[in-house]
Ligand binder design. Structure first.
Ligand code: AMP
Ligand code: FES
Ligand code: ZN
Ligand code: ZN
Length: 306
């Protein structure tokens, strides 16, 4: 297999882009793709300080790597959730983030917030008491992560929080929201959520990067990451939709990208509109002062009260 640019040995075939690239042309293409996405959706500018939420997985570490290599001022943030499940999931994830800094960017700043140390309880405990042992902890976990990310971004004066959500993640969520006609979620699903009323800006620079491209980038750059996904995500509906979409992609290369990008385009042009697009009013929480729609206390503070 030959590189479409230089005729050298290609290491990846991206049928959806009709491109086969060698190691150096792939890393160059990857960085350009991310840079163009940042510019197209006006995520942040070179003068901005960005907080990259790193989980120790391939996407977020690849993202931090590209941003640093492109010259952005990007600091990392890892949230220790206290998930063990017999595989030491959280400890291993943190170790991968630290190893990434030591091996690839020794000067980079990594902020670490440990839920247990700072707030006294971890995710499995919180989910267990709140849900009385029923269901998965993912929704409580999402709430906690959003709260802590926002706090760190606000306190540190960051222009934006960048997460490693890739095209496969976004398209699976889009499919789920479409199958259930979740108008409110469809209205808000976007590569950029602008800052407002104490909520930090949130951006996803990998929205046009396929999951296998992020994995290939981590591989060719020699970035080691945690291969296990969160033990609680096993068998999730998102993973089920990802599998279905991959079957579709196999028959029709580019289908995932089209589904997602054409949705964004149609919504931006006003060709499709959803109820619930108007901004909901936010007020500061009495306890932590972070913005909430919920009245007196935000959902994070209510979690600890209960
Ligand atoms: P997930 O919801 O696990 O697919 O993760 C989506 C994105 O959230 C990742 O790409 C990271 O940017 C961020 N993230 C997930 N877990 C953590 C964590 N423990 N600490 C910091 N950021 C995280
Ligand atoms: Fe939070 Fe899996 S990462 S429950
Ligand atoms: Zn080449
Ligand atoms: Zn609060």
């Amino acid at each position: 297999m030959k590189c479409s640019k230089c005729g050298g040995l290609a290491v990846i075939n991206m049928r959806q882009h009709r491109l086969r690239l060698c190691t150096s042309h792939f890393t160059e293409w990857f960085a350009t793709m991310v840079q163009r996405t940042i510019e197209k959706y006006e995520m942040f500018s070179p003068a901005d300080k960005v907080l990259v939420a790193v989980s120790g997985g391939k996407d977020s570490l690849a993202l931090w790597d590209v941003l640093l290599r492109t010259g952005y001022e990007a600091e990392g943030m890892y949230i220790g959730l206290g998930i063990d499940e017999g595989i030491g999931y959280s400890d291993k994830s943190l170790a991968m983030c630290r190893q990434f800094v030591t091996e690839h960017h020794p000067g980079a700043v990594l902020h670490v917030v440990d839920l247990g140390e700072e707030y006294g309880q971890d995710i499995p405990y919180l989910a267990h008491t709140r849900q009385r042992g029923r269901g998965k902890p993912c929704s409580v976990c999402g709430l906690v992560k959003r709260h802590i990310m926002n706090r760190v971004a606000r306190d540190g004066g960051f222009a934006a929080i960048a997460t490693g959500h890739n095209l496969d993640d976004e398209v699976a969520v889009l499919m789920q929201n479409t199958l259930h006609w979740q108008a409110g979620y469809l209205a808000r699903q976007a590569p950029v959520l602008l800052e407002r009323d104490g909520l930090a800006r949130k951006v996803k620079p990998f929205v046009r990067i396929y999951e296998r491209e992020a994995a290939a980038y981590a591989l060719v750059r020699g970035i080691d990451y945690i291969y296990d996904e969160c033990p609680f995500a096993r068998g999730s509906t998102t993973n089920f939709y990802k599998e279905l979409l991959n079957q579709l992609e196999l028959q029709s290369p580019g289908a995932k990208q089209q589904f997602y990008l054409q949705f964004l385009q149609a919504r931006d042009k006003g060709e499709i509109r959803f109820a619930g697009e108007g901004a909901v009013e936010l007020r500061p929480c009495r306890r932590c002062s972070q913005p909430t729609t919920a009245g007196d206390l935000c959902a994070f503070c209510r979690l600890w009260e209960s």
